[in-house]
Design a protein around this ligand. Structure first.
Ligand code: SIN
Length: 272
């Protein structure tokens, strides 16, 4: 069966058919998926059955796997797999704000593969937003100004106090400086690279200027026209590219249960 890729919206998201993710794809299929990921930002797959080892093997087709610096809910025996769960006992969920994953790392993850096994009858969708469009729709003088700038991405902003162990004296969180506009290494396109969870400061500006400009950019990134919204079913997989999309998990289904596993792929230092 050959790969079929159907674009979902003008700026982000594509549905992929004709592939069984439990079988390691051949090199040509991996290249096709890499190209589609760089173009569409997030790929969706339905009706997939994968063991944790098969999930990791699929992730390793695209790079080494990433170990999360703070997330506490790790699948036993699989340090590379995060358990994404919410139920009646949950106080919060992962990713409940616009972000790209772990952008506080010096080399943030290239991509993330989330496989959900249990979903509520309705709700629990994930929103994705295309950062090529976010950059390309800024007016030229603003684009020119941002192209020379860098920003601080601070893990403490996201993780301190969040998982119940982060307030220990001396706790150290990843913190990195990245370009505000990055060039995607596969597509060569430029993308806006600041997000609400991790980005705390534009280095070249005063605190007031930085706060004002980040507020403007965070609001711009959330423009509905840049987005697609994925409605999960049991067995669905989303594979997103943290270099050119941001995502936002919705928690509109409390106290119902949502459960799945996440593998994250290591990336390189972002460059302008
Ligand atoms: C995440 O940010 O990894 C969670 C996404 C989701 O649960 O939809």
């Amino acid at each position: 069966m050959s790969l079929q890729i159907e674009k979902l919206t003008p700026h982000c998201g594509a549905m992929v058919d004709g592939i069984d993710l439990s079988r390691t794809p051949d090199a040509a299929t991996v290249r096709a998926l890499e190209g589609a990921l760089a173009e569409h930002g997030v790929l969706f797959f339905r009706d997939q059955v994968m063991t944790p080892d098969q999930h990791k093997a699929f992730g390793r087709c695209f790079g080494e796997l990433h170990l999360h610096p703070a997330f506490p809910d790790i699948l036993e025996g699989h340090p590379e797999i995060m358990v994404i769960r919410a139920d009646a006992n949950s106080k919060r969920i992962a990713g409940e704000e616009w972000h790209s994953d772990v952008s506080c790392d010096a080399e943030p993850p290239l991509g993330t593969i989330l496989h959900l096994q249990e979903v509520p009858p309705v709700g629990g969708d994930t929103l994705f937003a295309g950062m090529y469009a976010a950059y390309e729709t800024l007016s030229p003088p603003l684009r020119t100004m941002l192209e020379g700038m860098t920003a601080i991405h601070d893990g403490e902003n996201a993780y301190r106090g969040r998982y119940g162990h982060g307030d220990a004296p001396g706790a150290v969180y990843p913190k990195s400086e990245h370009p505000v506009v990055v060039t995607h290494p596969v597509s060569g396109r430029r993308a806006l690279y600041v997000n609400r969870i991790f980005t705390t400061r534009i280095v070249q500006l005063s605190r007031r200027e930085s706060d004002g400009l980040l507020a403007l950019l965070f609001a711009h990134i959330e423009t509905p026209e840049f987005q697609c919204r994925f409605r999960w079913r049991p067995g669905s997989v989303a594979f997103w590219d943290n270099r050119c999309v941001q995502h936002h998990a919705l928690w509109d289904y409390f106290p119902q249960r949502r459960y799945g596993l996440r593998v994250t792929i290591r990336g390189q230092k972002p460059v302008f």
